[in-house]
Design a binder for this molecule. Structure first.
Ligand SMILES: C[S@@+](CC[C@H](N)C(=O)[O-])C[C@H]1O[C@@H](n2cnc3c(N)ncnc32)[C@H](O)[C@@H]1O
Length: 762
């Protein structure tokens, strides 16, 4: 293994170490803080000397660093559903908390983060110990745990919520999240893309990437909770993530340039010391010195693939200028004016931050200081690089406007430490401005086309092959070779898996993604059973097998299909597509072999024109608390609709009733099954709990994890029934990841045996 490869491996290992930034979003609710001495003389000396903290505040800064981090939560999901959860939190749990006294002391109620839009993020100082001290708080705790499991709430550090907000996402944006796992920011990006809930397929998409194959599956788990057809998880080293090709509107092949890029790089993570207390023991500057090169390489690869007029947000949870301003200054310098730092000062009103610095020094792990590159002895030249120091040309430095970078200090708003900078691309990168040499084997029509950017007026930017770059050399010089740009899918309509064993050895062994053609025989029965509207985009449907029966059908947006089919062998796709239909175990018996899948119902719903029953709040309560209620248990209106309908898969549709402000104010669509004499909802357990809560029903898992406890008297009986028939038990995240205990598993059993009724034999 060469020196560079060893370095790269070490960099990667460092990023996965406990106590590194990786762990920052992973702590459970109210995770305890072990006793550890929160002292590190070198850390204190370094930051005191750098002068990042305003005069007179250093003691406060250090004191805040030693305090445990308050928990912050973000309400996730799409607009009206998120609003409903917020309503539930504010009007129920937070109100109740205000009444609670522990040892004669009132509890400090959670507070919204002033700078987060629509009160969708809150912070609380309550520890798990406190949460367990009163039954009312325990109820709140259970709510948080359960809604976190079902993905409606995320525990996310306050500062980590900042970068997506600065990206100014619009539904048509093509977005790349370069270092995305575990994916809390990716989730924000997906939500922003779907800001209009009535549009099932926004034009834009998010490609979420991580170098770590295992962590890509965390990303898949995170993204799946949002049921979006516009997200794809890929597995590449971001510093050499392949350029992708797409079909452009004029029928040509063009290079994909992203409108928005999130470059949330691996870092030393000293801003996370309040949560990852291990950092206290381990902190030296060597991690920062070590990561600086990788951070530059990733960021350079990012700006190369950014559309002219697009924005790239660079962030770290390190306070160290070597990982922050030094990387930004290097990017600006290399860009020769193609990049500018945007002034984001007004974008998050209420957020306190310190402007980026223009002077800094470098300290080694032994505590040796260097003011500039000229002082660095030759034997240190491999570890310390000129790009780690501020630019020496004062005019250049002033033009960079590094003060537009934002550093968030822990004592200003009781948060972790963070750094973020917003870059706007004004012109192609200088090393991409030259036209590539014509190659004999490359006809002019197959040459990458000049940028076709939806934003701004592009200058021609023709990306060169990695080896042809000059300005970007440092960034890409030791990049492993990606599959050749000319490689195309061997079969039309199929994406992956790569045939080559080497990729498989590296953890890439996904099933293929096979797009269906419009005349696929699977469609006619589906079309007639669900009376699909003529604009249903059949070509966006895919399956995960080449041969044999299709078990599940998935959908992706038109643009993601375009990306997948054009880059089949270039891209390691881990996952994409939302499941919309699954095969019934009894095939065609009910008029159609495929039943609707809950996870894809919001995507499919606009195209379905039959098999729909409009239900009331009371009907949903019955359907979600009983296994197979008789049709007659529904209210008269729904009962009549159900009676007229043949057996098979159905949609249960609820629409807000303006005259009943206490009912949920968001539309709800649930998948179900019309049996011979009964009806049921096929909704995964976590989601059942979630919807029941939205309807004002308080659902509990008991301590043994045996199932929901129901407090409202009027539905007590039904919940009891649900407890025994559902056989609920806690779902561990691992089971979730494996897809166990989800609606599907549930359904197979139910199809065979049913609850009050055998569905397949009736
Ligand atoms: C700070 S974490 C990202 C956190 C993530 N953006 C979030 O909000 O959940 C850094 C991630 O970068 C990944 N990483 C490290 N080196 C990388 C590389 N060369 N290319 C892509 N990802 C990398 C790590 O596996 C890790 O998941």
């Amino acid at each position: 293994m060469g020196k560079r490869s060893r370095l790269r491996k070490k960099e990667h290992q460092n990023n996965s170490k406990p106590g590194g930034r990786d762990n920052r979003d992973n702590a459970g609710w109210g995770a305890g803080y072990a006793d550890i001495i929160k002292e590190n003389k070198l850390f204190e000396a370094y930051y005191q000397e750098l002068g990042l903290v305003p005069e007179g505040e250093f003691d406060q800064f250090m004191a805040a660093m030693r305090e445990p981090l308050p928990a912050t939560i973000r309400i996730t999901g799409y607009k009206s559903h998120a609003k409903e959860i917020l309503h539930c939190l504010k009007n129920k749990y937070f109100k109740e908390i205000q009444e609670v006294e522990i040892d004669g002391q009132k509890i400090e109620a959670p507070q919204p983060l002033s700078w987060y839009p629509d009160e969708l993020a809150w912070h609380t100082n309550m520890s798990r110990k406190i949460l367990r001290k009163s039954p009312l708080l325990e109820k709140f705790h259970q709510f948080l745990v359960s809604e976190t499991e079902s993905g409606n709430i995320s525990r996310q550090e306050a500062v980590s919520m900042i970068p997506p907000l600065l990206m100014k996402i619009e539904p048509h944006h093509k977005i790349l999240d370069m270092c995305a796992a575990p994916g809390s920011k990716t989730a924000q990006l997906i939500e922003m893309l779907h800001s209009d809930m009535d549009v099932p397929f926004p034009e834009g998409f998010v490609i979420a990437n991580d170098v770590d194959n295992k962590r890509c599956y965390l990303l898949v788990h995170q993204a799946k909770r949002l049921n979006s057809p516009c997200i794809m998880v890929v597995n590449h080293d971001a510093s050499c993530i392949p350029r992708l090709q797409i079909d452009t509107e004029d029928g040509q092949k063009g290079t994909l340039f992203y409108d928005r890029i999130l470059c949330d790089v691996p870092c030393s993570g000293d801003g996370t010391m309040r949560k990852n207390i291990d950092v206290w023991k381990k902190w030296t500057t060597s991690n920062s010195l070590h990561l600086h090169g990788l951070q530059i390489r990733i960021a350079v690869r990012g700006v190369e693939q950014l559309a002219v007029g697009g924005r790239m947000v660079y962030s770290t949870c390190s306070l160290n200028p070597i990982e922050d301003e030094a990387v930004i200054a290097t990017l600006l310098e290399k860009s020769e004016g193609a990049l500018e730092l945007a002034d984001a000062s007004v974008d998050l009103p209420g957020l306190k931050w310190m402007p980026g610095i223009t002077k800094w020094k470098l300290m080694t792990k032994e505590g040796q200081w260097y003011k500039d590159w000229s002082e660095v002895p030759v034997n240190r030249h491999t570890q310390i690089r000129p790009t780690m120091f501020p630019p020496t040309d004062t005019e250049k430095l002033a033009n960079m406007k590094l003060e537009r970078c934002m550093r968030i200090l822990p004592h200003h708003q009781n948060t972790g430490g963070f750094f973020v900078a917003v870059l706007v691309k004004k012109a192609p990168m200088p090393w991409n401005r030259r036209f590539p040499k014509l190659r004999k084997e490359q006809s002019s029509s197959s040459l990458p086309q000049p940028e076709d950017s939806p934003v701004g007026t592009p200058l021609p930017e023709t990306p060169l092959e990695d080896g042809e770059r000059d300005g970007g050399k440092e960034a890409g010089e030791d990049s492993p070779k990606e599959p050749e740009a000319g490689d195309q899918a061997k079969e039309p309509n199929v994406c992956g898996p790569p045939p080559n064993k080497k990729m498989k050895r590296h953890g890439f062994k996904e099933d293929p993604f096979v797009f269906l053609t419009e005349d696929d025989p699977v469609f006619p029965p589906i079309e007639s059973f669900y009376d699909l509207s003529p604009d249903f985009p059949k070509i966006n449907v895919l399956t995960r097998t080449h041969e044999g029966k299709k078990r599940h059908l998935y959908m992706v947006s038109k643009e993601l299909r375009n990306v997948m089919l054009n880059n089949s062998e270039r891209m390691k796709v881990i996952n994409t597509g939302v499941k919309v239909w699954s095969r019934n175990s009894d095939g065609e018996e009910f008029g159609c072999a495929f039943r609707l899948a809950q996870e894809g119902i919001y995507t499919l719903f606009p195209y379905i024109r039959s098999r729909m029953i409009t239900v009331s709040v009371e009907d949903i309560k019955i359907l979600l608390t009983q296994e197979n209620p008789y049709l007659s248990k529904l209210e008269e209106d729904a009962h009549q609709q159900a009676k007229k309908m043949g057996m098979g898969s159905i949609v249960l549709k609820y629409r807000p009733d303006k005259s009943n402000p206490d009912g949920p104010q968001c539309p709800i669509e649930l998948c179900g099954w019309r049996g011979k004499t009964s009806i049921r909802a096929f909704v995964p357990r976590n989601e059942r709990f979630h919807y029941l809560r939205m309807l004002g029903v308080e659902v509990f898992r008991d301590k043994q994890g045996q199932g929901p406890r129901e407090e409202e008297k009027e539905v007590k009986e039904e919940v009891k029934e649900g407890e025994t028939e559902n056989g609920n038990k806690d779902v561990s995240p691992k089971q979730e990841l494996r897809g166990e205990n989800r609606g599907d598993e549930h359904l197979k059993g139910d199809e065979r045996e049913g609850g009050g009724e055998n569905l397949t034999s009736t």
